[in-house]
Design a protein around this ligand. Sequence first.
Ligand code: GDP
Ligand code: MG
Length: 386
Amino acid sequence: APEPPPERITIEGAMSVQELASLLRHSEAEIIKILFFKGIAATINQTLEVETIELVANELGITVETASHSAEAAKVTEMLESSDLDHLQRRPPVVTIMGHVDHGKTSLLDAIRNAKVAQGEAGGITQHIGAYHVDVEQNGEKHQIVFLDTPGHEAFTAMRARGARVTDIAVLVVAADDGVQPQTIEAISHAKAAKVPIIVAINKIDKESAQPDRVKQELTEFGLVPEEWGGETIMVPVSALQQQNLDTLLEMILLVAEVEDLYANPDRPAKGTVIEAHLDRARGPVATLLVQNGTLRVGDILVAGACFGKVRAMIDDRGQRVETASPSFAVEVLGLAEVPAAGDEFEVFSDEKSARAIAEERAAAQRQSRLAQAATARRVSLTSLS
Ligand code: GDP
Ligand code: MG
């Protein structure tokens, strides 16, 4: 029997009547007939624009998703399930700062944190857990932004290699006195590959030698054209050193977040990604978990990578013990039996027995693949010896 027509299709752009017909699983004649009744005369090889495709599909009761939406949907479905769709609530954006060495990534993270967190914070002690959040008031409304603050590039490379998607927005730092450099280009291509929107922070504008317009000019060569030149990329001149224009940068992040439709379902068990983890001599395995869906609670049973755990305590980025962590927030978690790897996904389970079983299964699989790798390596070294 022929397959029934789909409920929805995903398209990247224009396509021919023929291609559309096969995608919609209707005959070409039917497509042409629908077009005809819409007042559009079409032939089989004619190219149809997205709007026309939507017209036809809607007539057949089929939903059309364009690629940009479907990229978003893909990002979402990694962590969201269909049962979440009735409980979606906006979540704060998770932001990563990228850029060439010495262009001011650490300084910018620190400047934002100092400007937004240290002051007025009870105790004032900030905890470095690999992520922190700031509160930003905009039009009388309180918003939050979560910054990932992973030390070194390794954790990130590892996460990217595993395909873990933890970033909603990338802030690309480019020093105004140094311009586009190799790691700037690398960061742009990473963000583009992951379809993560980029906001450019042109840093060090306090310097005599700063040439922000030259930086903009250079960036256009990599497809980042500033809004004031008719492009779509938001570029904010800042000085991390002198804390200049940081509020504008935060506003722009919220603006982009607004467009990105960032949602999660807080009313379900948590799911997310390990941002970093280490073994603490006094506290045992300590992992910073970024909650990407659901709410994480003390007492939860979870599996992170191949590690089993029961959340004994959670500490937020301000050093406070907390009972819960909601979507987009990161917390340091105590109670894992082992140290997971950065980039591992974690998930809460309702039943301890199955959680332990899953963790053990994964650990066994990891041992197997390590053994296999070691065997291959041995064979290779033997071959090269002979
Ligand atoms: P990273 O390697 O990208 O993390 O860069 P850092 O934050 O470590 O900064 C590199 C150097 O640039 C340090 O000496 C900072 O003090 C300096 N720097 C960072 N931001 C600014 C700025 O806005 N203005 C000036 N003049 N120097 C800055
Ligand atoms: Mg740094």
